[in-house]
Design a protein around this ligand. Sequence first.
Ligand SMILES: Cc1cc2nc3c(=O)[nH]c(=O)nc-3n(C[C@H](O)[C@H](O)[C@H](O)COP(=O)(O)OP(=O)(O)OC[C@H]3O[C@@H](n4cnc5c(N)ncnc54)[C@H](O)[C@@H]3O)c2cc1C
Length: 544
Amino acid sequence: MSKVAHYLQEHLVGEVMTSTDARRYFATDASILQLAPAIIVYPRNENDVRKAARFTWQLAERGRVIPITARGSGTDQAGGALGNGVMLVFPAHMNRLLELDTKSNTVTVEPGINYGKLQQTLHTHGRFLPPYPTSLEYSTVGGAVANNASGEKSVKYGDTSAFVRGLRVVLANGEVIETRRLNKRELSKKLGLATFEGEIYRSIDTLLEEQKMLVERLQLSTVRNNAGYNLSDIKHKDGSFDLTPLFVGSQGTLGIITEAVLSTEPHNPQTTLMMASFDSLEHLQQAVLALRELSDGPSAMELIDGPALEQINRLNPNQLKDVLEAPYPNAVLLVEFDSGDKQAKKQAKQADKIFEQYAIDVQAATEPEQQQKFWKLREAIGSWIGHNEGLLRSVPLIDDAAVPPDQLRAYLEGIYKLLDHNNLKTAVWGHAGEARLHIQPKLNLGQVGDRQKAFRIIEEHRKLVTDLSGTLSAAVGDGRLRTPFLPEFYGADVYALLTKIKQIFDPYNTLNPGVKFGTSIDDIKEMIRTEYGLNHLYDHLPRN
Ligand SMILES: Cc1cc2nc3c(=O)[nH]c(=O)nc-3n(C[C@H](O)[C@H](O)[C@H](O)COP(=O)(O)OP(=O)(O)OC[C@H]3O[C@@H](n4cnc5c(N)ncnc54)[C@H](O)[C@@H]3O)c2cc1C
């Protein structure tokens, strides 16, 4: 064990490990990359996190930089949960629900709490956390906050940042801060602090004042964007100020979250679900745009494309039985309304009118049994991506991009062209209401040819999304995989602004380095796995 590991073992309550097995286990997340940590720490409390950060800060002051990476369940698909220094693994101990406040309808949790378990608890109180990711059963709330996760309900309710009321964060130097929205008076107190926290408030406040034009350029016309940092929601017109939105989505690069306060929404399990089939992508787009205009619109608007249906049918025809029959349409949209019985019925009628104009078939379900059959279409994708064809695996290379909703058709057509020209067949599915799509082509990363193809696809997809004014990091952050593209994506001056933000919080670059900054395509080539798999998640599958 190294001297650093010895020091941590001596001073922390939580376990410290450096075994080859443990390092190998944490060398992968759900991305195509691998990078082994030197030391794994299972913090037992905030003090452990504080001490680990303080120690790496002191070493960095003396010129020795040891990265520190926070980790939830490691389901990040872009390599955000990988690091080669100290890895702080939260689900082991820091996994408690600290408070469920039925008056303010908020929950306070430690970062390692399993999202699915928290959701179950909330359901028993008639509440829920709407921006849950599809991976909720096997991922943490801390990971969702650090990634600003979003999911099927986000089209109506928004992403995680819309629900985070406040955070406790360990800064790079081990100082602990609490964030929430501050009024002008509270802000001026923070600005006067003689601590690292005070320095951060002063620097960020000045930067936002000086760089308003650049901050505006971070706002895209996509519904969601997690590329870089969210600088737009820190300071409001009324002068109030909140660092929370900056930490949300920052992927452990600005601070380590040790507690989060989240607001919840009433949970209405009685929904109306509609399934509409389309033979034209133009009609699909028109329907999506019209549905987005409905007041208090759909609570989900999920897309499954025709090739996905064919792949599912090829794998197991029973999965589509009683729901859809071949020949399959070019696209199916699942549209859910959850606004209570009367309102949902009214909305379903409005949706019906839209579908009359654009869809070739529409069915509605209010009974859970029938609804489950419809949702099975979406869930069946999980078994298809989990299905290995020889050495071919579904790989998340170009997952998680989004374009403005009025470019949905162009995006789909561009993807089909890209797949065609690379001789690939794959399913495309995702959140149509946000024009945010999932695409996981099947490749054998052990083969040089397929690895080359992977980089070609990444580049062609990057160009397609950029040409359509989209974002490569829509639901979650850039991780390592998309970091090489950030400078060109935003342009040099905006990227310089993002770099300044990083330097303010993390002057020695100890917090998850390589994520959002400092990873090149050549680094990615070095880190790419030769065999892709999700072994450490299989306890909780199915996935989709
Ligand atoms: C099959 C599948 C489906 C998915 N579906 C979705 C989806 O629908 N929507 C979506 O948004 N994502 C999705 N994801 C991505 C991922 O599962 C989610 O973003 C999830 O919320 C990450 O949680 P985690 O606990 O696994 O975090 P990890 O992967 O462990 O970490 C994610 C990031 O957060 C940082 N982090 C973790 N804990 C902390 C902390 N305490 N402090 C600071 N930083 C921290 C990590 O360093 C890393 O950068 C999916 C992934 C898979 C494999």
